[in-house]
Design a protein around this ligand. Structure first.
Ligand SMILES: [Zn+2]
Length: 495
């Protein structure tokens, strides 16, 4: 038995000015061939689970490619074509099953709004009867093309995503069972006209918890093989952006349809709860200033690079320093130009320079605004560390050359590459102990939860600047299906 395993992960923010070339998909571009196997085996990711399952089944494994890029603007067409070519060439050589670790919100510049659906369709064209199992992110903007061409699809049930491995296991097992003739998977997918906000997709509270729980309980029913609830990714100007669900049953199309609608009915009835409203930034910082016990998390969620933001806007730090906050750790800010200047000045040097604000954001009508700061270069590292927290556990993280710039009031971690604060390593690897700080300014939406929330006394959302903003009025949608809530307030939906 031969199993083909591949990963192609990207969440495209069509409003993001950050480019997504081939090189963005790994330390030096995606892992190819044996390097894909070696780089991803043992990781708690869907592809890690696929490899484990295939080895348990004593299958011959081929891993043509594995690539994961941070959310950013539309993927470069050449990079996408190369992904498709490498995977399709490998499929063409023949295999018994295919397992794909995909995100499900990839937009390709000048090519397609649906990178994943288009890829799976190409594969299906080469291998018309081979089982294709797909894992997707909870933020997938699922399309009819993905569902029509895949055999089984399973999505993460948690946000923050701490069940990546389990999702891969589920999709992979169902693929193997299909191959053995034990099951006959039938999928039903539907979406609702709801553009939910990322900050309201935390699966441990409120409406999203109910949405995810409803799906999990339906998965336990006889005849149901898998259920997935997709919050969707709202910063994507494509027709299918928004909330949807998939139910996979064993040969029962009517059951798949009715249970899928049951899951979505629940979400639709709570639609107001999926919308986020920001407080003014000055108010949030004032609130933080009045708190005595730290660490206090200042969450600059609009500039979260895991939503495609530039990770270099300075509005929150500017306001925090203006209001006199001290003992702040900030991190990371992506500014390769500042890294170059600070490294040239050398460890221990005192220097005044512009930090951040190097990227314009034309889609939201904002210019980059650097913050001029005086400080000491306290540390310089290669920016590498291994993730030990519960998300992406075991993955080697590369921030690029990294500098700690100490202004007296703030120790700022400045990196060459984008880096989500998804692990304590963003601070500990550069010699900062986050537990000793009064404030931790994190450009984070959700990944901070399993890592930083347990050590924090308080957390405050700060409406900084960025293309990951929760204010949907900031974005001009042209391709999104309409009407959709909350853009069109009076939209109705009949199941
Ligand atoms: Zn996600």
């Amino acid at each position: 038995m031969k199993i083909l395993i591949a990963q192609m992960e990207h969440e495209t923010n069509t409003f993001s000015p950050v480019e997504t070339p081939w090189e963005a998909f790994g330390p030096d571009g995606p892992y190819l061939g044996k390097a894909a196997y070696e780089g991803m085996k043992g990781t708690r990711t869907p592809i890690g689970a696929f490899i484990d399952l295939a080895e348990k089944a004593r299958a011959e494994i081929v891993t043509p490619i594995a690539g994961f890029a941070y959310p950013s603007g539309p993927v470069d067409a050449k990079a996408y074509d190369q992904f498709c070519e490498v995977i399709c060439e490998s499929v063409d050589k023949g295999c018994d099953a295919i397992m794909l670790d995909l995100h499900g919100a990839m937009v390709v510049r000048d090519r397609t709004f649906d990178g994943e659906g288009t890829l799976i369709e190409k594969i299906r064209g080469i291998a018309p009867s081979t089982p294709i199992g797909v894992s997707l992110d909870l933020h997938a903007n699922v399309t009819e093309k993905m569902v029509r061409n895949a055999t089984v699809i399973a999505g993460y049930k948690t946000y923050p995503h701490i069940d990546m491995y389990e999702t891969g296991e589920l999709a992979g097992e169902l693929t193997l069972r299909t191959l053995r003739g034990e099951i006959n998977p039938v999928m039903h997918w539907e979406n609702i006209p709801l553009l939910a906000q990322l900050l309201k997709m935390n699966t441990s509270v409120e409406a999203m918890q109910e949405f995810a729980r409803t799906a999990a309980s339906i998965q336990e029913k006889p005849g149901v093989l898998a259920t997935s609830t997709f919050g969707g990714f709202p910063m994507a100007d494509i027709p299918e952006a928004g909330m949807s669900a998939i139910v996979v049953t064993d040969g029962d199309a009517a059951l798949a349809r009715s249970e899928c609608q049951n899951i979505l009915r629940n979400a639709w009835s709570n639609k107001e709860q999926f919308i986020w409203y920001d407080k003014p930034l000055e108010e949030s910082i004032k609130e933080a200033k009045n708190l005595t016990d730290g660490p206090i998390l200042l969450l600059d969620h609009p500039d979260n690079c895991a939503s495609g933001a530039t990770q270099d806007t300075m509005a929150v730090l500017r306001e925090a320093l203006k209001q006199g906050l001290t003992n702040i750790a900030v991190g990371p800010i992506r500014d390769p130009q500042a890294v170059e200047i600070l490294i040239s000045a050398g460890l221990g040097a005192e220097i005044t320079t512009d930090i951040g604000g190097k990227t314009d954001m034309p889609a939201i009508g904002k210019k980059g605004e650097p913050l001029q700061l005086k400080g000491i270069i306290k540390n310089i590292t290669n920016g590498e560390y291994t993730i030990t927290g519960p998300q992406f556990t075991g993955v080697r993280a590369a921030m690029g050359r990294t500098v700690v710039f100490d202004t007296g009031d703030a120790e700022i971690v400045i990196t060459e590459k984008l880096q989500e604060p998804w692990d304590l390593g963003v601070f500990t690897s550069v010699g900062i102990d986050p537990t000793q700080k009064k404030y931790l300014l994190l450009k984070s939406k959700m990944y901070y939860r399993p890592i930083f929330l347990p050590l924090a006394r308080h957390s405050i959302h700060c409406a900084g600047v960025g293309v990951g903003a929760a204010d949907w009025k900031m974005f001009q949608y042209k391709n999104l299906r309409r009407p959709i809530y909350p853009l069109d307030e009076s939209v109705t939906h009949i199941f």
